[in-house]
Design a protein. Structure first.
Lengths: 350, 271
């Protein structure tokens, strides 16, 4: 059977993430990069100098009309996502991959999801760490009931990024959606939501000690399925140029420790293909299935796998696990953390 | 097998646990500690040090080179530091902060180079920008005796994805003009061999993951090893412990059967 025609993809926003997605779309066998939309006059020369030869259009409307993509990758600043989504879906349905965080508020994230559902398109959010083989394996073990009933967890997400005053849209809450919680901790929140389901209640504190947004946060999270736990996150932690995450999960039948390069497992009885007692699953034992590693420093195979998941979803017309529905759960956690921190009270997620 | 000590900043590496990260970052936080690590590596037979230059590493390497001749390979530009500066000060501010660190002679030389490339630099041309940054860092490190200069992998992977051959050929040409050997670090050795073709011979060393488990060997172990075999002694193994899953001594022995130039290791195992 011949290979299907490549999925025609375009990138909206030619910043750092737009460039990463553009390169992957160009090297990935199942996609064709058909254009960029970016209003900056120098974007075309800048992209071409990196070998990104697809045409650059000054607006979303011009891109959609001239390049007729099957799918778009939205890589513009967070506060523009809803408007871009409206514009993308106004003329004809296109599948949408949206960089994280999806929106600056739950209301916007709901509106974005509603638009996607209304138009019947496939969609995904760019929580890339969920695509690391070691994270996927941890999720598989939980889904296979390796730990029995899950009771609680503790998680962290640390990075060395903010040690003094910062400027730019990324550090303005109304443009970026918040600070470390929305932009870094959200990677871990997405993984937690994927593992434990819809969020029910949040109690949190946040602190701004360097920038104008929160630089660290501690959150107690109650999931509707009964799992509770804590996330500690900061982007002012020395020692981690890339996001360092970890999750320890306790169940009635064992404990799972998810780390960057391995899973540690202690089971009271053999389950999910794992023996009883302590065992270690190194990341190197898990297949990466990656043809190009765009950014080894942050786990570049995850970007490649993320693209494959999205491409497969668009072709099969089955929503991927990283859909905007799942991302809405993450957005509810983000907003719950901010609401609780502001009020000093637990926040009940509606 | 020849060994080179990996002196990239401890903050930039992956660790199995948070506490392992904190221990390593604390252990290499002072120039004296880095100097001592180089001494130990040399005593155990390492023939080179591969370093991303930051103030700590530079101080340590200057001290080391006052009396030792361990071959120094540097990775330029320091993209982690540059990206952080980029967020804080913008492109022009980040570039200017590097320019201001140069001595008068280096300022003139790199300033003239920038003037020659003013048009491309003003257009944020990828090749011109990358080369100028690399040139500024090398100029700032003039006091060090450098043998090989490696293009930073973040730039390498982007250039490979975009098949920007001129970045590689021009980097190698400029390195040679400075009397240095050029090198590359990449997780995509198969694509590198394909994009570079015969130009790969301009690079004295190409550092890529190679281990007994095939970890990080993209697109797969067999394809990577075929490339290593078709370019004997040119490739150096990194990630030999497969993310810490294989003990270092076993790991080094595990890649010894391939015709590699050597291995870049986080520490040199005892003899």
């Amino acid at each position: 059977m011949p290979d299907p025609a490549p999925l025609r993809c375009a990138v909206i926003g030619a910043g750092r993430m737009g460039m990463v997605h553009g390169h992957l779309l160009q090297v990935y066998a199942g996609t064709e990069l058909v254009g960029f939309a970016d209003p900056q006059p120098g974007a075309r020369d800048r992209l071409a100098s990196q070998g990104l030869k697809a045409p650059v259009f000054p607006s979303v409307a011009a891109l959609l009309s001239a390049a007729a993509p099957d799918a778009v990758f939205v890589c513009t600043p967070t506060h523009t996502h809803l408007a871009v989504m409206r514009e993308c879906l106004a003329a004809r349905p296109v599948h949408v991959f949206m960089e994280k965080p999806v929106a600056t508020s739950v209301r916007d994230a709901e509106a974005i999801l509603a638009l996607a559902r209304e138009r019947g398109v496939m969609h995904a959010a760019g929580y890339v760490y969920a695509h690391l083989p070691v994270v996927e394996e941890a999720r598989r073990l939980l889904a296979a009931d390796a730990l029995g009933e899950v009771l609680r967890f503790s998680a962290h997400g640390y990075i060395s990024e903010v040690f003094g005053p910062k400027s730019g849209w990324f550090f303005q809450r109304e443009l970026s959606g918040g600070g470390v919680v929305a932009n870094m901790g959200s990677h871990v929140l997405f993984i937690l939501g994927w593992m434990f389901g819809p969020i029910a209640r949040v109690m949190a504190t946040t602190r701004s000690h360097a920038s104008a947004v929160e630089d660290s946060a501690q959150a107690l999270l109650w999931f509707k399925g009964g799992v509770t736990g804590m996330l500690d996150t900061s982007w002012s932690m020395p020692g981690a140029q890339m996001l360092d995450y970890g999750v320890t999960i306790d169940g009635r039948q064992g404990t799972l420790v998810l780390e960057r390069e391995r899973i540690l497992l202690h089971l009271l009885r053999a389950a999910a293909g794992q023996p009883s007692g302590w065992s270690e699953i190194p990341a190197s034992d898990l297949p990466a299935d990656t043809a190009f590693d765009i950014s080894p420093h942050i786990g570049g195979e995850a970007f490649y796998r993320q693209l494959r998941v999205f491409e497969t979803a668009c072709r099969a017309r089955v929503l991927p696990f990283c859909s905007l529905e799942e991302a809405l759960n993450t957005q509810r956690m983000i907003e719950g953390i901010y609401a609780s921190a502001a009020s000093g009270q637990p926040f009940e997620v509606p | 097998m020849e060994l080179a000590l990996d002196l990239s900043p401890p903050e930039s590496k992956h660790y199995r646990t948070w506490s392992e990260r904190l221990s390593s970052v604390a252990r290499y936080s002072q120039p004296d500690e880095i100097h001592a690590a180089c001494e130990m590596a040399r005593a155990r037979g390492a023939s080179a040090v591969l370093a991303v230059l930051d103030p700590r590493a530079e101080t340590a390497l200057r001290a080391l080179q006052t009396w030792r001749d361990l071959s120094l390979w540097v990775v330029v530009p320091n993209m982690y530091a540059f990206i952080r500066d980029l967020t804080d000060r913008g492109l022009v501010g980040a570039a200017l902060s590097r320019f201001r660190r140069l001595g008068p002679g280096a300022m003139v030389a790199t300033g003239l180079a920038a003037l020659r490339d003013l048009g491309p630099l003003a257009r944020s041309d990828f090749v011109a920008g990358a080369l100028w940054l690399a040139q500024m860092e090398l100029a700032a490190a003039r006091g060090l005796r450098i043998r090989r200069v490696f293009l930073h992998p973040q730039l390498t992977e982007i250039a490979l994805a975009g098949r920007v051959l001129t970045l590689f050929t021009e980097f190698a040409r400029r390195a040679r003009a400075l009397g240095l050997e050029a090198g590359l670090i990449t997780h995509n050795p198969v694509v590198a061999a394909e994009v570079l073709g015969g130009e790969i011979e301009r690079f004295a060393a190409v550092v890529s993951p190679c281990n007994a488990k095939g970890y990080k060997m993209v697109p797969g172990r067999e394809a990577c090893e075929a490339v290593f075999r078709s370019h004997p002694r040119r490739f150096w193994a990194s990630e030999v412990t497969a993310g810490g899953a294989v003990p270092l001594a076993t790991a080094v022995a595990g890649v010894d059967g391939l015709p590699l130039g050597g291995a870049v290791v986080p520490e040199v195992p005892p003899i």
